[in-house]
Each structure stands twice: as C-alpha cells, then as structure tokens.
Design a protein around this ligand. Structure first.
Ligand SMILES: Cc1cc2nc3c(=O)[nH]c(=O)nc-3n(C[C@H](O)[C@H](O)[C@H](O)COP(=O)(O)O)c2cc1C
Length: 321
C-alpha cells in the first residue's frame, strides 16, 4: 500500500491515542513490529502560538518512522501553519487531521468531529493544509453525527477532491463514544465510494478480527487502538497472519521483558516520578488474565521508583513460572 509516495511495509497502523501514544509507547510498539505508528493528537493552535507543551508532543526518533502526526483544530490558517511546522521539523512521514474526537473540549472549539458537520469549512481547511505541505496527508473520521455514515462519505469525497492521500475511519457516531459496536459496513461503504486508500478502525480485539475486517470491507489497512494498549505485539501478529496465515503468541518471558523495556523507556523519557504515576495503570494492562494479576495491580498502585517496578515485575514473574 502507498500513501502518496510513501510505501507502507505492512497493513497495520497504531491508532492515535491521546495520553497513550507518546514517544516511548510508540517506540515499544515499533520494536514489537508495526507498519505505521501515530502520535497523540497535537493542537495546531498550540504549534501556531509556540506552546512548549505542544511541541513536546512532537518528540520523535528516526527509528519509529514512518510516524503519522495527528493535528486537531478548526482554523484554516493555524492548521496550515501547524502542518508546515510539523513538516519543517522533519519529524513526520504523514500528517493526519482529526475529524473524530468527540471530547467536549475539542468539539467546543469546532474541531474533531465538529468538523464533520462543516463541509464548507472542511474544504477550506484541507485546501490550506494541502497547499502548505508536500507530506502525505490523511484524515481520520468517525461515522458522523448520525449512524447513516452520510457525513463521513461527504467529508471523504471533499478530502479526496482536495488531495488527501488516505482516510481512516472509526465507524461510531459522535454520541456513541465507545459504546455499542463499530459499524464495519460503513468502512465497506467508504471503500466503495472513494479511490484513495481506506484504513479501517474500530473493535479489532484479536488478530482474527483484523483479517475479518479486511475480508468484509476490503479496506487497505487496519488501525488498532485499545487492543495495542494491552498487547503491543498485536500489530506485528496481524501483519504476520495476513502474510503467512500464522502468528506467534508472545511467551510470558517476552511479556515481562516488554514491561521492563517500557519501564526503562518511560523513566528515561518522563523522569522517574512521572513515569511511576503513568505506569501504574499501563503495566497492569499487560498481565490482564494472568493468575495473581489483581494483587499485582494493587501493588503497582504504590510504585515509587524504577527499581521498585522492576522488583515487582520479577516477583510477579517468579510467582507464575
Ligand atoms: C484513550 C484513547 C485516546 C484516544 N485518542 C485519540 C486521538 O488523540 N485522536 C484520534 O483520532 N482518536 C483517538 N482515539 C480513538 C482511537 O484512535 C480509535 O479510533 C478508537 O479507540 C477505536 O479503535 P479501537 O477499537 O481499536 O480502540 C482515542 C481512543 C482512546 C481509547
């Protein structure tokens, strides 16, 4: 699959996940194997106004490329300037625009899924961003504000006309949040309506789900969010399965080494105190379903240093092997 002139080696995208897909997590997923990783959403206005906090979200390493940096906003000028800043910093291989975030703070600014009600403004934004950058440009949609998908199709046609290179879709409505099921029929419908690549997203919980989505919808690639938070190997497992018909399940040994690796990377990047706070929940996701995971989770709530975390991981590992 190609997005503009960028050849994608594989069919898997790590979804943009605010608060989760920071640099260390993306590097971990990349090390486990994944075609494309996406950043957390980044405020175009924050870049425009030179916010230091916003710029830290653009921290990147060469080895995670191709990285897709996702921007959000609703003002054409700051969107175009934000995209140009990202391009000039040489941190991204793809720039994506968020048309799916339904969080109040974002919708109130007219950004995220609010844009799906605004075809005229969408056209202006996409034209401005396309003019500002040469990098491959994508957008990520939800179904829209009603379940029919008509808003998604309309925005997708505008995007294609304005030179967007691929479209990701999470087919849930604005009000659905994460409730109910993603309507994969809309991925199929979108694929039939446009000629640029379609990336299907929503409710891929297993490797087999990914294959099923591709079979049912003919989407060009799949994007996985929540399942990768628990199993960072899932994207490489999907690519292996699609290519060879089989995949390996990581051993407990590999899972514990991955937890140690994430710990080292978080501490190196965020510092020990912040990393400990962040890792309390994140590490427990990796061991869900293992015997003694509840007690391990309780212990994680008190972690205060890197060595403390590594000791707890070793203790837990010794208990189950
Ligand atoms: C914690 C969390 C943060 C998210 N942040 C973003 C975001 O910044 N940008 C975006 O387009 N979607 C965001 N999403 C939506 C996901 O990218 C994805 O569309 C959704 O989780 C459905 O995919 P899944 O079923 O594989 O998780 C977020 C979802 C979660 C759970």
């Amino acid at each position: 699959m190609k997005i503009k002139n960028l050849k994608i080696l594989g069919k898997t995208f790590l979804a943009p996940l605010a608060g989760i897909t920071n640099l260390p997590f993306r590097l971990l997923v990349k090390e486990c194997g994944c075609a494309v990783v996406c950043s957390e959403m980044v405020s175009a206005k924050g870049l425009f106004y030179n916010s230091e906090k916003t710029f830290t979200l653009l921290s990147s390493k060469k080895k995670e490329q191709p990285l897709c940096v996702q921007l959000f906003g609703s003002d054409p000028d700051s969107m175009a300037k934000g995209a140009k800043i990202v391009q000039d910093l040489n941190v991204a291989s793809i720039i994506d625009i968020n048309f799916g975030c339904s969080v109040k703070k974002v919708v109130k600014q007219g950004a995220g899924i609010a844009l799906m009600k605004e075809p005229t403004l969408t056209k202006i934004i996409l034209k401005a961003v396309r003019k500002a950058i040469d990098l491959p440009l994508t957008i990520k949609l939800r179904s829209g504000w009603d379940p029919s998908g008509q808003q998604a199709f309309k925005i997708a046609h505008i995007a294609q006309e304005e030179g967007v290179d691929a479209i990701a879709i999470h087919p849930r409505t604005a009000n659905q949040g994460f409730k109910g099921q993603a309507n994969w029929d809309l991925i199929k419908g979108l694929k039939q309506q446009i000629t640029i690549p379609v990336i299907g997203n929503g409710d891929i919980n297993t490797v087999e789900d990914a294959q099923k989505m591709i079979e049912l919808t003919s989407c060009d690639a799949v994007m996985v969010g929540r399942a990768a938070m628990k199993n960072p190997f899932i994207l490489s497992q999907i690519d292996d399965f699609l290519e060879t018909g089989s995949y390996q399940t990581p051993s407990n040994f590999e899972i514990f080494r991955t937890m140690e690796r994430l710990t080292q990377m978080y501490v190196g990047y965020f510092g020990e105190k912040t990393a400990c706070k962040m890792l309390r929940s994140r590490l427990s996701w990796f061991v869900k379903g293992m015997p003694g995971c509840a007690a391990f989770r309780t212990k994680l709530s008190g972690i205060h240093s890197k060595n403390h975390i590594l000791d707890l991981i070793n203790e837990f590992e010794a208990g189950i092997t």
